[in-house]
Write a protein that binds this ligand. Structure first.
Ligand code: CP
Length: 318
């Protein structure tokens, strides 16, 4: 594998799940693969899970790891070409990227959507520049439009907990006080559409996702109807995608919060969320603390999805 930014990069999804589960059974089986190889993790945005799980995954593979927080201690970076750099940005991304590439073998990048310019976000300008100019295999640690390491971990988790061939999986919008990118729901939808699951998306009017991600999913605007008979409930907030409201919060309606009454209409569903989660906005305390909440094993599987991806990138090095 040469890069990892979306579900298509993982190839056969069944083979990827089987490889991930094998890694989980023996996560130190490939400690020689990464010997004398260096992973550089570059963060333009905050992280807890991605930072720790990806480092742990690389250490499991015998790699050295370097972490750069671009906004803490690095020169402020200009990303646009043609700009007269007479402001506070001391370095251009077009020099910084190949320099960073010269110090490592593989690069992980986290760069969220700005939510101001839809075209810029959906072109994935930052991670695409890393792919083009770093000279190294690049993987996404959440980019503007997708969070594939999260979605891969979500899929591994559903595979571990499902008891039927074709579970009903419901992605539900839930309220949040701030505007959040569409990366997690986009990506989750993309990965669910790569399976045979019965996949349903529910959200208020105005929160329609980009059709390229919705794919073959059923969209149901009535949240209770959508949740009926669900085996897995995946809650997430996102801001509006459709123009003219791109990146805006249209609703903070707590009638969409996942609570015990909502979970009662499901098929005793498991509750999932990528974390961090705003309690009693997205989900009530009792639901996230219930025995059907699998948010912790879901987060733990981030180490497994990252290790599977980095292992494949290492195998692709010359
Ligand atoms: N789910 C996730 O990516 O968590 P962090 O933002 O803490 O990395």
């Amino acid at each position: 594998m040469k890069k990892f930014t979306c579900v298509n990069d993982i190839g056969d999804i069944r083979a990827a799940i089987d490889e991930a589960l094998a890694i989980k059974r023996d996560r130190f089986a490939f400690t020689e693969l990464g010997r004398n190889r260096t992973l550089l993790m570059i963060f333009f945005n905050s992280s807890l899970r991605t930072r720790l799980s990806t480092q742990k995954a690389a250490l499991n593979l015998g790699m050295n790891v370097m972490v750069l927080d671009v906004n803490q201690g690095a020169w402020k970076l200009e990303t646009e070409r043609g700009v007269v750099m007479d402001g506070d940005k001391a370095e251009h991304l077009l020099e910084a990227i190949p320099v960073m590439g010269s110090y490592c073998d593989i690069i992980g990048v986290r760069s969220f959507a700005g939510l101001k310019d839809k075209a810029e976000d959906y072109e994935e300008r930052v991670i695409e520049q890393f792919i083009r100019y770093s000279g190294r295999p690049v993987f996404s640690m959440e980019a503007a439009t997708r969070h594939p390491l999260q979605s891969f971990a979500d899929l591994i988790t559903i595979e571990e907990y499902r008891t039927m061939e074709r579970p009903k999986v419901v992605l539900t919008w839930a309220p949040h006080p701030r505007a959040l990118p569409q990366a997690v729901p986009n990506s989750f939808a993309e990965w669910m559409n790569a399976t045979d699951y019965d996949f349903v998306i529910t959200h208020p009017h105005g929160y329609e996702l980009d059709p390229q991600f919705v794919g073959k999913a059923r969209v149901e605007y009535d949240q209770i109807k959508a949740l009926e008979g669900a085996d897995f409930v995946y809650a997430k907030n996102w801001s509006a995608y459709a123009d003219p409201n791109y990146g805006k919060v249209l609703s903070t309606d707590r009638n969409w919060t996942i609570d015990a009454a909502k979970m009662a209409v499901t098929n005793n569903a498991y509750f999932m969320h990528c974390l961090p989660v705003r309690r009693n906005m997205i989900v009530t305390d009792d639901v996230i603390e219930s025995e059907r909440s699998i948010v912790i094993p879901e987060a733990a599987n981030r180490e497994i999805s990252a290790q599977t991806v980095i292992k494949r990138l290492l195998e692709g090095l010359k």
